[in-house]
Design a protein around this ligand. Structure first.
Ligand SMILES: Nc1ncnc2c1ncn2[C@@H]1O[C@H](COP(=O)(O)OP(=O)(O)OP(=O)(O)O)[C@@H](O)[C@H]1O
Ligand SMILES: [Mg+2]
Length: 361
């Protein structure tokens, strides 16, 4: 549906989009996640035609759209700070696009009514934007953006102005509406939960570069770069001296903390960095383990209770902090206190390494 090939863009010598290539298939909900200023909006503006890339090509359904003006591109856009026309009813706000294109009022009515149905706005048809909620306004913006039947809808942080509970609710609604409209979504956000919750696939951007593309699970479980490993979700980073390498099993010395093992394809002979997610760490209950595990000992420095799980900070002998967030079992949450000396376990297979360092793209 969309194919970006080596897109770059600079503003006054500052390159904000760097050689991005990306393909998005029809019907996907693709999310781009990245910190503020990493170039997300600039990329969307180039796809929509508000900016011209310095180099590279953009194709939609196989057609190079480089020479197409904004209004000819089969693209709908919901801006970061979208605004509805305050003096027009919900119906008239949605009808703006086709009226500019001089479609007949009967065609427009048919399409608007269909969209009011899909977006659950029928009851608000004749109401003005000042009298509707933030979530409802967001749905009007969606209907307005898709009324001209774009092939792809670009959504630039459309939920960022809304409060948290409404955002979560609208996220589910957006997925439902995307299916009903059978449209391709390209959604950009700096909110991880939003990016993962909405996506069929996602990409992670950093300083204008696309770091990695995959399903949310692939990016979380198999990050390819140190940046992705540390950016997406919580992770413990452990760097040690390579003591021994047997096949792809590496023994690392963490100094006074002890040794751990990990699986690594790299042939690094001196130092190796590896990662383990906090939810993969467990307190040692003395039960025998069925798989190879690493054992570390430390002192509990903080405990936070979150209902389904707790979060613990453990200080290892070398002074390094380790975060644990095991799920609570049926037997209830374990009883530990700050200052306790504890042993924690994690499976060797839950320790991962990345293929590329943060600055080795
Ligand atoms: N028209 C412009 N002229 C000059 N610099 C620009 C222009 N548009 C964007 N930039 C710069 O390009 C960089 C990327 O901006 P962009 O708006 O794409 O980031 P973003 O990822 O959308 O950030 P946010 O999450 O805050 O919306 C920023 O440093 C910004 O200042
Ligand atoms: Mg932006």
């Amino acid at each position: 549906m969309v194919k970006l090939d080596s897109i770059s863009k600079s503003f006054g010598g500052n390159t904000v989009v760097k050689n991005i290539s990306l393909e998005i298939a029809a019907g996907e909900r693709f999310t781009l996640l990245g910190q503020s200023g990493c170039g997300k909006t600039t990329l969307l503006r180039m796809i929509a035609g508000f900016e011209t890339p310095d180099s590279g090509t953009i194709a939609i359904e196989g057609q190079d759209v480089g020479s197409l003006p904004i209004e000819k591109r089969p693209v709908g856009l919901i801006f970061q700070n979208y605004a509805l026309f305050p003096h027009m009813s919900v119906y008239d706000n949605i009808a703006v696009g086709p009226r500019i294109r001089k479609h007949s009022e009967s065609d427009i009515a048919k399409r608007v009514d269909e969209l009011l149905e899909i977006t659950h706005l029928k009851a608000l048809r004749d109401v003005h934007p000042g009298q509707i909620s933030g979530g409802e306004a967001q749905r009007v913006a969606l209907a307005r953006a898709v009324i001209n039947r774009p092939k792809i809808l670009l959504l630039d942080e459309p939920l960022s102005a809304l409060d948290l509970s409404l955002r979560q609710h609208l996220r589910e609604e957006l997925v439902e509406m995307q299916r009903a409209l059978n449209i391709t979504f390209l959604f950009v956000t700096h909110d991880q939960e939003e990016a993962m919750g909405l996506a069929t696939r996602m990409g992670i951007m950093d300083e204008g570069r696309l770091q990695q593309v995959g399903t949310p699970a692939e990016l979380y479980e198999r990050p390819e770069t140190d940046f992705v490993a540390e950016f997406l979700g919580d992770v413990n980073r452990l760097t040690g001296k390579v003591e021994q390498r047997t096949g792809n099993t590496v023994t690392l010395s963490l100094g006074p903390t002890g040794n751990i093992q990990c699986i690594s394809e790299s042939s690094e002979l001196e130092n190796q960095t590896c990662y383990v997610r906090p939810e993969k760490l467990f307190f040692d209950t003395g039960r025998p383990q069925t798989q190879p595990v690493n054992i570390l000992q430390g002192t509990l420095r903080s405990i936070q209770f979150f209902g389904s799980h707790s979060r613990y900070q453990l200080e290892l002998a070398g002074g390094q902090m380790l975060t644990l967030s095991p799920q609570h079992r049926k037997s209830g949450c374990p009883q530990y206190s700050i200052g306790d000396s504890v042993r924690v376990l994690f499976a060797v297979s839950d320790v991962f390494t990345t293929r590329r360092g943060a600055n080795e793209q």
